[in-house]
Design a protein around this ligand. Structure first.
Ligand code: PLP
Length: 406
């Protein structure tokens, strides 16, 4: 028997929610693959992917199956007990990466919090209390807890919350000389996104990541890759570090890891993991059976040559068409990114207008993203149908045409 529910509208948001978000005017109610329907029954094509989360689109049968099967078995037991989905998922992540140990949590910020605490603890145990500095990149994004927002290189997110966490230095991204000048024997970790996501879909240069690796080794510092946005197939490899061939000491994953179910992980080696002894860190929901069962299904589907090759093929489809649109309407100077994380850099005439592009796309029944005010971002499902790509980019072109001829 279904319970009568009071109707809610977008206007309710402003009455009942803390105003830290400004959601779009429509409310999505249902999704299937790369299509989404709103309250009014309008159908949209989804190139936003819940901000690089819905890695298999909406209502993927493998994920629905894993979730419902687990839902009928066991939801939660806490970390006083372990559980089968968590152990199986950990094995799968270890088999597929450099990692030997896994810590599960619930969000990207939480995975990074664990990574930064681990880096500080390792340095403390091995070298004493003076080695705690973290070097991060300007324009980087690592989450919104106080520690992670302070490590992130965007002061607009970290200012105005009282005293900052000390021992964090920011250097320009892709500038190896600046990194060299900042790293010292007080550095416990260098933290980088292989592709800066929120900062504008800006890929690291290979020599930069290699140089960061060497600097960390020379200074007994750990290299942390934040792959919350770039991981789980997004780059065309399971993790972007595998594309570069530069192996971090700690890697964080979230967003696509659960395909829409909240889960995150910190991956590392055994010699580092052993510093987080019993009682040093934890989180109630970490390794939750429901979340881990879904993530297991995600990795099973994603980590196959067919899906990963498909990401690269779909990248080419997107890139060619976006470059054509960029040229034809003079709106982009560059289309960059890897796999199905693409950023279109707005030309001078449209600088600061990424939100206008977002709004124009919505009018054409297309969901896209921005990455800051100057970059239009695409982070669709990795299995988005080629026909949906074509139809979605037709809609995008109409939006751009309207906007540029306004
Ligand atoms: C989204 C993101 C985070 C934060 O993840 P949450 O789940 O929102 O806490 C951290 N790092 C990167 C690179 C991200 O893109």
């Amino acid at each position: 028997m279904s319970v009568e529910q009071a109707p809610v509208q977008r206007a309710d948001f402003d009455q009942v929610m803390v105003p830290n978000y400004a959601p779009a005017a429509f409310i999505p109610v249902r999704g299937e693959g790369s299509r989404v329907w709103d309250q009014a029954g309008r159908e949209l094509i989804d190139f936003a992917g819940g901000i690089a989360v819905n890695v298999l689109g909406h209502a993927h049968p493998a994920l629905v199956g894993a979730l419902t099967e687990q839902a009928n078995k066991l939801w939660h037991v806490s970390n006083v007990f372990t559980n089968e989905p968590a152990l199986r998922l950990a094995h799968k992540l270890i088999d597929a990466t450099f990692a030997e140990r896994v810590f599960f949590c619930n969000s990207g910020a939480e995975a990074n919090e664990a990574a930064f605490k681990l880096a500080r603890r390792v340095a403390f145990d091995r070298f004493g209390s003076e080695k705690y500095e973290i070097i991060a990149a300007l324009n980087s994004f690592h989450g919104r807890t106080l520690f992670t927002v302070n490590v992130g290189g965007q002061s607009k997110y970290s200012d105005g919350f009282g005293p900052k966490i000390t021992g964090i230095t920011h250097v320009p991204f892709n500038d190896l000389e600046a990194l060299k000048a900042a790293v010292s024997d007080k550095t416990c970790a260098v933290v980088l996104e292989p592709i800066q996501g929120e900062g504008g879909v800006l890929p690291a240069e290979l020599a930069y990541l290699q140089g960061a690796r060497d600097l960390c080794d020379a200074n007994n510092a750990l290299l942390v890759f934040d792959e919350v946005q770039t991981g789980m197939g997004r780059s065309g490899h399971l993790f972007a570090y595998q594309h570069y061939g530069v192996v971090p000491d700690i890697l964080t994953s979230a967003k696509s890891l659960g395909g829409g179910f909240p889960i995150a992980a910190m991956l590392t080696r055994e010699d580092l993991a052993k510093h987080l002894v019993v009682g040093t860190h934890g989180t109630t929901y970490g390794g939750n059976p429901l979340a881990c069962a879904v993530a297991e299904a995600v990795i099973d589907v994603i980590n196959t040559p067919e899906v990963l090759a498909g990401v690269n093929a779909k990248h080419d489809l997107f890139k060619a068409r976006l470059e054509q649109i960029g040229k034809q309407y003079g709106i982009f100077t560059q289309v960059r990114g890897m796999g199905l994380l693409l950023g279109c850099v707005l030309s001078d005439a449209f600088k600061g207008k990424a939100k206008d592009v977002f709004n124009a796309a919505e009018k054409e029944n297309l969901m896209i993203l921005q990455a800051g005010p100057d970059v239009v971002r695409f982070a669709p499902s990795l299995v988005v149908e080629d026909a949906d790509i074509t139809e979605g980019l037709d809609r995008f072109e109409r939006a751009v045409k309207t906007l540029t001829q306004a």
